[in-house]
Design a protein around this ligand. Structure first.
Ligand code: G3H
Ligand code: 13P
Ligand code: ZN
Length: 307
């Protein structure tokens, strides 16, 4: 068993009207929580790593732990670079064993994004690695960039971009954003843009970033045990289901894992003031992540038993 790319996963997901969950990983407990959830649901999964996660844990540790997860579970797992900001970081992780990279050129002007993405695609494809790119801008904070107001993806530009770069999947901006505060009023996504892109690029996999649902159960748990995240709001699950039934094949979630982990730890420490064994509290956090991932796979992504 080895790590796989997302090629086959996306083909089946597109045809089956479901999505593959892409969960951000930073340490062993998160990796185990995610893959245990995927295993229990017999679902393929994408483990994605940001540049800050690499700074925190080290690429080698992350690759080895994810390889161990493949051996332990026998699942189809892709290891993906999230929001790669430069050609160099894409090359580095490809050398380290990643099977998929995102080159995020969304902050460059259009022609520069095309040129740089194409360079990453040529390099990656020659090594059997797939590439995700981004067009349009999500509001909120990304790894090293902060955007005040999102810019929706232009469908005609998306069509031109995919044809010229040969990229394997495309992240689009239709109203989602990173973090725990996505909407001040009512949640709204531009499904008309997604539909137009799907018509122009039939069969082509689309990616949705900033797709955490920000489960109110965990927001309330955080706040009850000393947190201060009033007003946190995410993307409603029914909208994510709808996107999954269309061209969206990959749904990115990080905030939901952070919330589940933080809420569980806060509750644990409040209820067990004498406990000092990290295996107890990190174990509880790992279980919470597993439960969250199982729920996502069953009720949001629709990828249960897709293996
Ligand atoms: O899109 C951003 C992800 O949530 C990763 O966040 O750079 O803090 O690891 P991070
Ligand atoms: P969330 O902040 O909604 O979890 O989005 C994560 C993401 O898009 C990672 O690339
Ligand atoms: Zn993202």
């Amino acid at each position: 068993m080895a790590l796989v790319t997302t090629k086959e996963m996306f083909k089946k997901a597109y045809e089956g009207g479901y999505s593959i969950g892409a969960f951000n990983i930073n340490d062993m407990e998160i990796i185990q929580g995610v893959v245990n959830g995927a295993k229990a649901q017999n679902s393929p999964v994408i483990l994605q790593v940001s540049s800050s996660a690499i700074k925190f844990a080290g690429a080698k540790y992350l690759v080895k732990m994810v390889e161990a997860a493949v051996e332990e579970t026998g699942l189809d797992i892709a290891l993906h670079l999230d929001h790669g900001a430069s050609i160099d970081v894409c090359k580095e992780v490809i050398e380290a064993g990643f099977t998929s990279v995102m080159f995020d050129g969304s902050h460059y002007d259009y022609e520069e994004n095309v040129r740089l993405t194409k360079e990453v695609v040529d390099y990656a494809h020659a090594r059997g690695v797939v590439v995700e790119a981004e067009l349009g801008q999500l509001a909120g904070v990304e790894d090293e960039v902060s955007v005040e107001k999102g810019v929706y993806t232009d469908p005609a530009q998306a069509e031109d971009f995919v044809k010229r770069t040969g990229v394997d999947s495309l992240a689009i901006a239709i109203g989602t954003s990173h973090g725990a505060f996505k909407f001040t009023g009512e949640a709204k996504l531009r499904f008309d843009i997604l539909e137009d892109i799907q018509k122009r690029l039939p069969g082509f996999p689309i990616v949705l970033h900033g797709a955490s649902a920000v489960d109110q159960k965990y927001v309330e748990m955080c706040n009850e045990y000393g947190g201060q995240i009033d007003g946190a709001k995410g993307v409603p699950a029914d909208m994510l289901r709808k996107a999954s039934s269309m061209a969206v094949c990959k749904i990115n979630m990080d905030t939901d894992l952070r919330l589940a982990m933080t809420a569980t730890l806060r509750k644990f420490f409040a209820e067990n003031p004498k406990e000092i064994d990290p295996r107890k509290y990190m174990g509880a956090a790992r279980t919470a992540i597993q439960e969250l991932v199982e729920d996502k796979i069953k009720n949001v992504l629709g990828s249960s038993n897709a293996l």
